[in-house]
Structure formats: C-alpha cells, structure tokens
Design a binder for this molecule. Structure first.
Ligand SMILES: C[S@@+](CC[C@H](N)C(=O)[O-])C[C@H]1O[C@@H](n2cnc3c(N)ncnc32)[C@H](O)[C@@H]1O
Ligand SMILES: O=C(O)C(=O)C[C@]1(C(=O)O)C=C[C@@H](O)C=C1
Length: 247
C-alpha cells in the first residue's frame, strides 16, 4: 500500500539537501508517479526491452532500484533459464522495502537486493543494465566512470537503459519543458509550496545533463549505438547498445 506524498505540503523552516530516507521511501510510489511524466510507461517498456535483450544464463542489473519497480517489470517479462537480477540501492530504507516488495511476488528468476553504492559494485556477465532515474544523483565527475564500468560488464549485444531528467541547451525549449513539468505536477495535485520546496532540496544533489551529453558519454564508454526511445517533457529514456553477436 503506497501512501500519498504530503512530505512538503507544509512550510519547512530549514530545507536541507534531498535524501532517499524513510519518509521518502514510505511515499515513493505515489511521489514518483506524480512527479515523473511517463514513469509508468517507462517501467512497462523496460519489461519489453528486457524481453528483447536479456540472454539466457546472464545477469540483469537494476542500479538505484528504489522499491524495485523496474526489477519487477523485468522479472515479469523474461523467460530464460539461468538469469539472475541484481538490484542495488544505497538507501537502507529503500532496500528494506524493496526486499519485502520483491518477496511478495513469486517468480522463477532470483533477485539479489543489495545495499551498496553503485560506484563500488562489480558488474559482470550482464545482458541488461537499468539506470532508471539514478545517474542524475551521482556527482557529474563520477558518471563517465560508472558508464565505463557498465559497458565493461555487459556481454556482446547487451543493452543499457538510461532514464533521466534532462536539461536543454536551447533556453526557450528548456523553459517550456520545465514549465510543462511543473504543470504536470500541479495537475497531479502538488501545490506551489510543495513544488518549490522539493525543487530547492533537489538543487544541489540532482544535476541534470542534456541528451547530447548523455549520448557523448555513452559513445565514449564504448557503446556502438545510443538513442532516445522515450521522452515526455524534460524526462526521458535512452537505450545504448553494445556491439557484437548474442552468444
Ligand atoms: C529516483 S530513484 C530511482 C527510481 C527507481 N529506479 C525506479 O525505477 O522506481 C533514485 C534511487 O537511486 C538511489 N541512489 C542514488 N545514488 C546512489 C548510489 N550512489 N548508489 C546506489 N543507489 C543510489 C537512491 O537511493 C534512490 O533510491
Ligand atoms: O525534478 C523533480 O521535480 C522530481 O521530482 C524528479 C525526481 C526524479 O527524477 O527522480 C526526483 C526525486 C524523486 O525521486 C522523484 C522524482
């Protein structure tokens, strides 16, 4: 059961930096659904991408898994033997709830939910890696190193799904999509105070990049192809493909 997000509905005297703590974890499904345009579509389509890209006897990584929405979508859609999903998050509150959530559904593919920083884990033998709105929370100087590690850990013909909030080089487009996103939040019942307080808390911890910057990093990491497969306002998702033949 997900609770309604009212965390920022009253004035907060001293707004600190954003964290994925107990309070956020408690309302997270409602919060992300009402905050990220296209979120449920992206979750459903990650399942379809998994169906296409997951190889038998391989690993699937869900990096910054929160409550495991992408993991569950992948698990529902893969039918190969010998696969294992590794879901990683460094928020204890998220990991604890994620484990409960995953255990509530029975399925053939095992899932390891790991409490760790995604910068510290080993990625190996992967056919699919998912970064669903997580890279934006890493310090910009750590992003290339993480994508390099993802690329190295993928098998030939493997794929990375990278969903992010974007910034835009064209100021008029950037402003329009930023305003549309705020309209989306208002339409979902968030007040000006809620929108403003959350924005200010995210300011120092969620630094967004343009689609061009993401593509350039992915190509630098070694991916043969990288393209946007979904966008709604200033949120979207890229798929990056590693060259090679499926074994
Ligand atoms: C916006 S949420 C991701 C949503 C989730 N992927 C989904 O599809 O519902 C970002 C998550 O990344 C996690 N996170 C941020 N930085 C991290 C890091 N360095 N290592 C592991 N997890 C991290 C946060 O704790 C949070 O749960
Ligand atoms: O940009 C915003 O206003 C957001 O609320 C975005 C965002 C995200 O993209 O992860 C930030 C934190 C929450 O996890 C949910 C949504």
């Amino acid at each position: 059961m997900s609770h309604r997000d009212t965390l920022f509905s009253a004035p907060i005297e001293k707004l600190g930096d954003w964290t994925f703590d107990e309070r956020v974890a408690e309302v997270f499904p409602d919060m992300i659904q009402r905050s990220v345009p296209g979120y449920s579509n992206i979750i459903a389509m990650i399942g379809m991408l998994a169906e296409r890209f997951v190889q038998p006897n391989s690993r699937i990584y869900d990096l910054g898994c929160s409550l495991g929405a992408a993991t569950l979508s992948v698990r529902r859609n893969i039918h190969h033997d010998g696969c294992r999903i590794i879901a990683v998050d460094n928020s204890a509150a998220m990991v604890e709830r994620c484990r409960r959530h995953i255990d509530a559904f029975r399925a053939a593919t095992p899932v390891d939910v790991i409490e760790a920083d995604i910068r510290d884990i080993v990625i190996e033998d992967a056919s699919l890696v998912v970064l669903n709105f997580t890279l934006q929370f890493l310090a910009p100087e750590c992003r290339q190193t993480l994508l390099d590690k993802v690329f190295q850990g993928l098998r030939p013909a493997g794929a990375l799904v990278l969903s992010e909030k974007f910034s835009f080089g064209d100021a008029a487009v950037g402003e329009l999509l930023f305003d549309m996103h705020h309209d989306f939040k208002r339409a979902n019942g968030y007040s000006e105070l809620e929108i403003g307080q959350k924005r200010s808390m995210l300011e120092n911890v969620m630094l967004t990049d343009s689609v061009q910057t993401h593509k350039a990093r992915l190509m630098k990491a070694g991916f043969a192809h990288a393209e946007l497969w979904f966008q709604c306002f200033n949120f979207g998702s890229l798929v990056a493909l590693k060259a090679g033949e499926r074994p």
